[in-house]
Design a protein around this ligand. Structure first.
Ligand SMILES: CSC[C@H]1O[C@H](OP(=O)(O)O)[C@H](O)[C@@H]1O
Ligand SMILES: Nc1ncnc2[nH]cnc12
Length: 304
């Protein structure tokens, strides 16, 4: 909720190259301190042409100063939740593990393979005495992804640059910050992965724990390291496509969010999803745990 009382139902997370949505109207900045610290950067509240508000957060910070393994992901998701965000549309620069997904193409993935190394805090329940097991078989909110397929596809046609959209793909999330070896890249293809990045986890897991809808719009920048006769990916190669992908991402965001903000039921698709995920609580639960978890799940953790 903004100070004017207008709700902020949609959050947008921008990845590498996408540090602002300056095609929307700037309203103000918010920088909530959460039980997990401050978000990557202050969050920009911006208005769509209809006047509806959205919250934009640069995942690596506005000046790209958080490495993928060090992004304060719990603070990011908690800060968006504290503003009233119900659904997140996240953008990410990804490598392609398939010939048909060329640099510059857009993808709406539906599955994730985890190749992070357990060094990123991946649960709001970590550090508390409360145990919870979120359902994650469909890591992106299925209704949101299917709704986005038609809208993103139309926006890409309307933009007129001929950017194709791929759907139903699997993304692998690696630890980084170094890129993959050729052997790893070939192995990921054999596992059935189509895309690779360093950011979709734990972001999507934490959104699920906070009962926030989440979809990823992946923007391809390179062919990683699996092609036998091509150079393995370098940061310089990724940078070549980042600006063009960011311009298209801003166009797509503006087009899609104006329709999404009217979809009240869709925005609330994950609400209630944690109801049966939290193990029966003992009387020993501390007031501190209640306050901490109440920040992201106020419906289940209320101070006595
Ligand atoms: C700049 S190449 C590697 C870097 O780019 C992607 O970032 P994001 O997902 O935030 O767009 C990838 O995940 C890596 O963090
Ligand atoms: N090849 C790649 N591997 C991991 N993350 C990436 N982000 C963009 N390209 C990538």
């Amino acid at each position: 909720m903004s100070s004017s009382g207008q709700p902020i139902l949609i959050g947008v997370i921008g990845g590498s190259g996408l540090y602002h949505l300056d095609n929307l109207t700037f309203v103000k900045e918010a920088n909530p301190e959460t039980p997990w610290g401050f978000p990557s950067s202050p969050i920009t509240i911006a208005s769509l042409p209809s006047g509806a508000l959205v919250a934009f957060l640069a995942r690596h910070g506005k000046h790209h100063n958080h490495a993928p393994s060090a992004v304060p992901v719990r603070a990011n998701i908690a800060a968006l939740k504290s503003l009233g965000v119900q659904t997140i549309v996240a953008f990410s620069a990804v490598g392609s593990l398939r010939e048909e997904i060329a640099p510059g193409h857009f993808v709406l993935p539906s599955q994730i393979i985890d190749r992070t190394k357990g060094i990123r805090p991946a649960s709001f329940f970590e550090g508390t005495k409360v145990v919870a097991h979120a359902s994650f078989g469909d890591p992106f909110t299925p209704k949101l992804v299917s709704w986005l397929e038609a809208r993103v596809s139309k926006a890409l046609v309307d933009e007129g640059k001929g950017v194709p959209l791929h759907t139903g793909k699997t993304i692998i999330c690696m630890e980084g910050p170094q890129f993959s070896t050729r052997a790893e890249s070939i192995m990921y293809r054999a596992w059935g992965a189509d895309l690779i990045n360093m950011s979709v986890l734990p972001e999507s897991k934490l959104a699920r724990e906070a009962e926030i809808g989440y979809a990823l719009i992946a923007t391809s920048t390179d062919y990683d390291a699996w092609r036998p006769h091509s150079e393995a990916v370098t940061a310089a190669e990724v940078f070549k496509t980042l600006k063009q992908n960011a311009d298209t991402s801003r166009f797509v965001a503006a087009a899609v969010l104006e329709d999404l903000v009217k979809e009240t039921d869709l925005l609330q698709a994950e609400m209630g999803s944690m109801q049966y995920s939290i193990m029966p609580r003992s009387g020993e639960m501390s007031a501190k745990d209640v306050a901490t978890l109440g920040y992201v799940l106020p419906g289940y953790f209320k101070p006595l």
